[in-house]
Design a protein around this ligand. Structure first.
Ligand SMILES: NC(=O)c1ccc[n+]([C@@H]2O[C@H](COP(=O)([O-])OP(=O)(O)OC[C@H]3O[C@@H](n4cnc5c(N)ncnc54)[C@H](O)[C@@H]3O)[C@@H](O)[C@H]2O)c1
Length: 478
């Protein structure tokens, strides 16, 4: 039996489910296929982000930050907390409840918007047909005017550290430890390694993070990365740069990691090891050999600026295509594609996708950093405002880090906002909104910001760009 749809979406992550909802809102007959089975054994919508990524990791980051604050941060406020302890299974159960709530929320949104939710594995066939294999093995073929591929990504496995049931795990396994490992190793000082390393460090684990590169957070602004490394080290995260993991051996419920760094070959032993060395597009059994969709040299689905693949009427969004692997990038691509299918001229501004690392302090940025601008030969001015000079941050006893704004030296147009510190993600979003409208640092400097707020740090950084900061000494013009 064949069913006909205007749009069939494969994958119900932040790219796919958002695309499906928008397509249905635009009056298109839409189906979304998802095969993921949650911890309760039932089909779960929301993809990696909702089920084993953004949302559960933030639940654990928030729980462990509260614990850490109660243990270390309350005294200064005069709050005396005794006998504090962490119930790890209760923390994990709370995380699971949140995941279930949000995954169920997507199902509700599908119903409300008239999206047909189909459980099973989707595969693109030639001629814009989509084969669906249901969990019981039944095969159906859907006819589609348009197909949106949104099957996401999976963690990369590396030969020196093959995953095991409970000792060497990936980012998914690291969300479900039932107790705090005494010694935790993490391979990869990227976003996942730092976020999950922080979770377990706050609960008392001794954490060593192995990073193959000699530089730390190479995608971030250098000044931010330097401050971050200093802060994380103070928090007890032992980040070993230039350390390449070459092997692992499991003995008596522990794993010994062999690695090479500037001091030669070394070994360290851990109770758990998290492998967080990146993700790769998930395209297994997704594309029939004659479907016509091309992959690029990195195994990503090849798309143009509008997420159109090499087959007219077939699109791909999110982690499986070029660009940063970020949920918000996927969602906006999903909206753009749905709009374009409906005949609108939607486009995406790939220059203003914010990045966030949800450690404490948070790290976030949007636009270009100093290194990128120097490489492009662009002359710029920089304004920096430290949270130590912010009344609101001092009141909250959260003064680490700074806001840094970079503006074009000739036009004063803001080219980048880089923040390490409290609410960095929210502050950077303010920068992104302003940049989207082509703001100058002077424009931002002339705006009225509420006092006392953390946002004033953004205001002062904007003023500092042109040497007009009030609450910090201004840099001399270069
Ligand atoms: N907050 C967020 O937005 C968020 C959170 C989690 C994940 N993500 C996204 O998910 C994707 C995957 O995250 P990730 O942290 O796994 O990848 P990543 O690419 O951010 O970092 C992986 C790190 O592992 C290092 N590495 C690779 N092989 C190694 C080896 N053998 N030994 C030591 N180090 C090694 C790399 O040099 C790199 O620094 C990223 O694109 C990330 O942006 C985003």
């Amino acid at each position: 039996m064949s069913q006909k749809y205007d749009v069939v979406v494969i994958g119900a992550g932040p790219g796919g489910y958002v695309a499906a909802i928008r397509a249905a809102q635009l009056g298109l007959k839409t189906a979304c296929i998802e095969k993921y089975v949650g911890k309760d054994g039932k089909n779960a919508l929301g993809g990696t982000c909702l089920n084993v990524g953004c949302i559960p990791s933030k639940a654990l980051l928030d729980s462990t930050w509260k614990y850490h604050e109660a243990k270390e941060g309350y005294k200064v406020h005069g709050i005396d907390v005794k006998g504090i302890s962490m119930d790890v299974p209760a923390m994990v159960e709370r995380k699971d409840k949140i995941v279930k709530q949000f995954s169920g929320g997507v199902a509700t949104l599908f119903k409300a918007n008239g999206v047909t939710s189909i459980e099973g594995h989707g595969k693109l066939l030639a001629g814009k047909k989509v084969e669906v294999t249901a969990p019981d093995g039944t095969v159906t073929v859907l006819d589609a005017e348009n197909v949106i591929l949104a099957s996401g990504s999976v963690p990369i496995n590396i030969p020196p550290a093959p995953l095991t049931d409970d000792i060497i795990v990936d980012s998914t396994g690291a969300l479900d430890f039932t107790s705090v490992p005494k010694k935790l190793g993490v391979i990869g000082a990227g976003v996942i390694g730092l976020e999950l390393g922080s979770v377990w460090r706050r609960l008392g684990a001794e954490v060593v993070v192995f990073e193959a590169l000699d530089s730390f957070l190479s995608l971030a602004d250098e000044q931010v990365a330097k401050e971050a490394l200093k802060t994380f080290t103070k928090q007890g995260l032992q980040v070993r740069l230039g350390a390449r993991v070459t092997g692992t051996e499991i003995k008596r419920k522990q794993v010994t990691v062999s690695f090479t760094d500037s001091e030669g070959e070394q070994q360290l032993t851990f109770d758990k090891l998290i492998v967080a060395v990146g993700r790769r597009p998930y395209t297994e059994n997704l594309l029939a050999s004659d479907c016509g969709v091309d992959l690029d040299e990195r195994g990503m689905v090849y798309v143009d600026d509008y997420c159109a693949t090499s087959v007219p009427g077939v699109y791909a969004v999110g982690d499986m295509v070029r660009g940063p692997m970020l949920a918000h990038k996927s969602s906006e691509e999903g909206v753009m594609v749905a709009e374009r299918i409906a005949g609108h001229k939607a486009a995406m501004n790939y220059d203003l996708i914010p990045s966030v690392i949800y450690t404490h302090p948070e790290i976030a940025w949007v636009g270009k950093n100093e290194k990128q601008l120097k490489a492009e030969g662009v002359e710029f001015n920089v304004g920096v405002f430290p949270f130590a000079a912010s009344g609101r941050a001092v009141a909250a006893n959260d003064t680490g880090g700074f806001v840094k704004m970079i503006a074009d030296a000739k036009t004063d147009r803001v080219l980048g906002v880089h923040v390490i510190g409290p609410s960095a993600a929210e502050l950077v979003q303010q920068g992104a909104i302003a940049m989207e409208f082509g703001t100058s640092a002077e424009d931002l400097g002339m705006m009225v910001f509420s006092h006392p707020t953390l946002s004033e740090a953004l205001h002062e950084a904007a003023l500092a760009v042109n040497g007009h900061a009030i609450h910090v000494a201004n840099r001399k013009k270069r």
